[in-house]
Design a protein around this ligand. Structure first.
Ligand code: NAD
Length: 348
């Protein structure tokens, strides 16, 4: 039994990662496409064996309602379009998987959750890292307290970008710059690893004056998250450096360092811990798994078994609340307290 997906938006992620990843899925298959380009629809449908009558434009998107093969809709559009397409998608009665960042504000996230609840469909945010085996291994080692209590984490997700005309550099389409696009991985993964919520944030942002890439969105955001029990998480995200994607979890008796932590592939886990007076260093290797396939199969399983997804809309909403506080802190140059979350356990 495989759940049929309609993919909305035929850009980089859909073409380069998601459609190929279905080949590694056990419970998911692509059955419909939605795009503004009839040429692209024709070409991609032929490549993946999708029927011409299962190809839709943005205007007749709602016709998905009448396609019984489609059980789930996967939204892979620019960030500011997520809310509209999730809400219109929910009205077709199909379950929704939505790319990160969930939206561009907490208010939009709440409207998306409400629309899915009202139409009795499931909503999952595509936080692929939470389905990736190395990150899950680190989470398990933290929970087992293998090296004692966590004291602080350093996390970094940086890359470079070159095209100021791309939607990622337009505030109205992207919602922000490095923070919601790639800094979000540091934020969401830390919350996943620790299984608790930050109580306060302190942030600083910078954009090089005169650089057209950063006229509308931030080039860099560094933000400190303060968690219960004095745990500190230092994060930096940058849109104008060579690729660098890692975190190090520092504990009482050791550390866990995940290189390429937020990348599609190539995770490398190194640990160090004290055994008496000896210092032990290890490289841990576990079988790799396609993260996108794991994420889609999880959503399919939730649909088939009527379960709540591990990363539901509430998970995206919480990240947007924290990101709003990060921007406020950077603007005002002071720490910002976060309101406690009600019912956090529901999504952990
Ligand atoms: P992209 O620019 O390659 O593709 C976006 C698609 O949306 C294109 O096909 C474009 O034609 C279409 N589109 C429709 N209306 C548009 C408009 N008004 N302006 C611009 N494009 C429009 O982007 P992408 O990299 O595929 O990103 C899509 C979504 O996926 C984003 O939300 C992004 O954050 C997310 N994403 C997630 C990951 C991940 O690892 N989970 C990786 C990349 C992107």
């Amino acid at each position: 039994r495989r759940v049929g997906y309609a993919l909305v938006g035929l850009g980089h992620l859909t073409l380069e990662e998601l459609l190929p990843a279905f080949g590694e899925c056990k419970k998911s298959k692509p059955v419909a496409l939605v795009s503004g380009s009839p040429e692209k629809l024709k070409k991609v449908a032929a490549q993946y064996g999708i029927k011409p009558e299962s190809c839709y434009s943005y205007e007749n998107y709602e016709k998905l309602k009448d396609n019984p093969e489609v059980k789930a809709i996967y939204i892979v559009l620019p960030n500011s379009m997520h809310a509209e397409y999730v809400i219109r998608g929910a009205q077709t009665g199909k379950h929704i998987l939505c790319e990160k960042p969930m939206a561009t504000s907490p208010e939009e996230c709440q409207a998306m959750i409400d629309a899915c609840n009202k139409n009795k469909v499931k909503l999952m945010i595509a936080y692929r890292i939470q389905y990736e085996p190395y990150n899950r291994q680190v989470r398990d080692m933290i929970r087992d307290k293998k090296f004692g209590e966590v004291k602080y984490i350093q996390a970094q997700n940086s890359q470079s970008s070159a095209n100021p005309d791309h939607w990622r550099h337009k505030k109205a389409l992207a919602g922000g710059g490095a923070l919601p696009d790639i800094g979000l991985y540091c934020l969401n993964t830390t919350r996943f690893l620790l299984g608790t919520e930050p109580t306060e944030v302190f942030a600083y942002s910078y954009s090089t004056p005169g650089n057209p890439l950063f006229k509308e969105v931030e080039e860099m955001m560094t933000f400190q998250l303060r968690f219960p029990n004095g745990i500190i998480v230092d994060n930096i995200t940058h849109y104008n450096t060579h690729d660098s994607r890692f975190y190090r979890v520092n504990t009482e008796k050791g550390w866990l360092h995940l290189n390429n932590a937020y990348a599609y592939t190539g995770q490398q886990l190194q640990t160090s811990h004290a055994e008496g007076k000896a210092k032990m260093e290890n490289h841990i290797t576990i079988p790799a798994k396609n993260q996108f396939a794991a994420e889609m199969d999880h959503f399919s399983e939730c649909i088939l078994d009527n379960k709540k997804p591990h990363t539901p809309g509430e998970e995206g909403l919480q990240d947007h609340r924290i990101m709003a506080a990060i921007y406020q802190s950077a603007r005002e140059g002071r720490p910002v307290k976060l309101a406690p979350v009600q019912g956090t356990d529901v999504f952990r």
